[in-house]
Design a protein around this ligand. Structure first.
Ligand code: GLY
Length: 567
């Protein structure tokens, strides 16, 4: 059943491609900003981040303001009812990674999606049982307390204003709400918040007002984390749990804590990549892939030549096979990080690599050391400031509009992040990702993620701020945003926009951007045994690149409606 859902996810991507063709997105390179740049999936959010920088805030202040703004202007992925990851690199060289990923409620059980002996995958995808304990509000407050310069109520003001006074829906925003109308109608409160009273469709330019959300954001501005994890907002969340028989309790909410972790550091050529560590799988996968391809003459092969795509996708295949077996929440399972990213281990993984033919996924399991899990409706943003501080954040409700359950009186959607667990080890999730024991459900555990916020330094200075939306394609899109610059010396716009490809071990397919590889390149890949599956949009990246003169530029991804705002 989950495989079916995987293909229906692909279908919705196809649909999304029609939607995005009409968006008045910023598609040209935005370049040479001297004092700061904010790149997000949404014009309002980018401009708010840039305003905060101009008011004297640093990159962390701006990132927190953007996260709250996206909760208002991008309800399909931006959130206060979900979670995410933040990677920070300060101008003085300090790095940090903040894990504000959701957790399984204390009452969660390994077989909570099994009914009469049968695994019911829909339960982990839609409705109240799909909801993990939200982490965003705690995460934003922690980040601001440790690294921000501005007070919480100030960085929240722009989001409160947008929610209270409303903002004009973009074409894609209106269409995404319309596309989910039938599902919203299953949940009375979501129908009130996210469909029109007269049952007509939303149109581009409609004013979208969210009074209840404005009140919730105001409570957070006044009371900090207590404004969300206790008091009336916590009451409202628990009421939803009672209404639909969900699992999250007052204790789950009150005890939620985001977690500071060390980013994983990966060396490649003259670059150091600082990537979100587990429970993100992106750092390990990117480190493995770079290790596996490092000794090959990438530049000589040529960008997106058949040989290059074959080599890199074979490395992707092996890294994703390992992902499905070894990775999970490091607070619960022993993730063998140093072994997985070591040169020796990855050399052994490539011993059966052939330049002429694929290694079929059926013949390839995880390697020996002593899942494709994730949603497309994640959103990434990158921020840099005048001091040289950089922040990369990826945040999500998981599926588009998460569980589709909204919190009555509080104005926001709850995530469906429980689907990122291997809800039944061995069964694929909505993205076709297979997971194993390391990512099985346990109370209080965080589900594995593909979100891969990444900051790249060169000569000890920030050189790239990278990340993407797009489920497991986040990992491979971020990898290619990096390689395009590090190996092929591309300009920001090319590096972000050029066709990408993706392999995730299972299903055994080589996914390519549908505007992507030439027919003769595809033929050569098919001769090597690849099953090619063109799809609209291998990730949607919102990157920042630092120019040789220290100014900031961005290539906005034509696959989405991203927007860069700088000064
Ligand atoms: N739900 C998307 C991810 O965390 O990978």
């Amino acid at each position: 059943m989950k495989v079916t859902r995987f293909f229906s996810t692909l279908l919705s991507l196809l649909l999304f491609s029609f939607i995005t063709t009409d968006i008045k997105a910023q598609v040209f390179e935005s370049k040479n900003f001297k004092n700061g740049l904010v790149v997000t999936a949404d014009k309002y959010a980018s401009e708010i981040g840039n305003e905060i920088l101009m008011q004297g805030g640093n990159a962390v202040d701006a990132a927190v303001a953007v996260q709250f703004a996206l909760a208002v202007t991008l309800p399909r992925a931006g959130n206060i009812g979900g979670g995410g990851f933040m990677v920070i690199r300060l101008a003085d060289g300090e790095t940090a990674a903040l894990d504000f990923r959701e957790k399984a409620p204390e009452k969660a059980t390994r077989d909570m999606y099994v009914r009469n002996g049968e695994f019911k995958s829909d339960l982990s995808w839609e409705g109240i049982l799909a909801v993990g304990v939200p982490g965003t509000v705690d995460g934003m407050i922690k980040a601001l307390e440790r690294y921000g310069k501005l007070p919480l109520d100030l960085v929240l003001q722009p989001a409160i204003k947008l929610a209270r006074e409303g903002y004009k829906l973009s074409y894609s925003h209106a269409e995404s709400l319309n596309n989910h109308k039938d599902t919203f109608k299953k949940y009375q409160v979501s129908a009130e918040y996210f469909t029109k009273k007269d049952d007509t469709e939303f149109k581009e330019g409609d004013l979208f007002v969210q009074e209840d959300l404005a009140n919730t954001l105001e409570r957070i501005a006044r009371f900090g984390r207590e404004g969300f994890y206790a008091g009336p907002v916590a009451d409202a969340i628990v009421n939803e749990m009672e209404r639909y028989r969900g699992l999250i309790t007052y204790n789950d909410l009150y005890n939620y804590e985001s977690q500071w972790r060390d980013p994983v550091e990966v060396e490649f050529k003259d670059y150091t990549l600082h990537i979100m560590s587990p429970p993100s799988s992106g750092s390990i996968a990117i480190a493995q892939i770079l290790n596996m391809i490092n000794d090959h003459p990438l530049e000589e092969m040529g960008h997106n030549s058949a040989d290059y795509v074959h080599l890199v996708s074979e490395a992707m295949r092996r890294a994703f096979a390992d992902r499905s077996y070894y990775l999970g929440d490091p607070d619960f399972v022993n993730v063998p990080v140093s072994e997985l990213i070591s040169e020796e281990y990855n050399d052994t993984r490539m011993e059966n690599f052939s330049t002429d033919t694929v290694t079929s996924s059926a013949s390839l399991s995880h390697g020996e050391i002593a899942g494709f899990v994730e949603s497309d409706e994640t959103t990434h943003f990158s921020v840099v400031d005048s001091e040289g501080n950089a922040v990369a954040v990826t945040t999500t409700l998981n599926g588009s509009f998460g569980s589709h359950v909204s919190v009555s009186g509080a104005g926001f959607l709850l995530n469906n992040e429980m689907d990122d667990f291997s809800a039944q080890p061995g069964e694929p999730n909505a993205y076709g990702l297979i997971g194993a024991e390391a990512n099985a459900i346990e109370p209080g555990k965080r589900m594995l993620s593909s979100m891969t916020p990444t900051i790249v330094t060169k000569n000890n200075r920030v050189d790239m701020v990278l990340g993407a939306a797009g489920g497991p394609r986040i990992i491979t899109a971020t990898l290619q945003s990096f390689l395009n610059r590090a190996v092929f010396d591309m300009r920001p716009q090319q590096s972000t926009a050029f066709p990408r490809f993706h392999h995730q071990w299972l299903p055994d397919m080589l996914f390519i951007d549908d505007f992507g590889l030439s027919p003769d390149t595809q033929n050569l890949l098919q001769e090597k045994g690849h099953s090619i599956f063109p799809m609209p949009g291998i990730g949607r990246a919102h990157n920042i690149y630092v120019e040789p003169d220290g100014s900031y530029s961005s290539g906005v991804d034509p696959r989405g409606d991203g927007y860069a705002a700088g000064h």
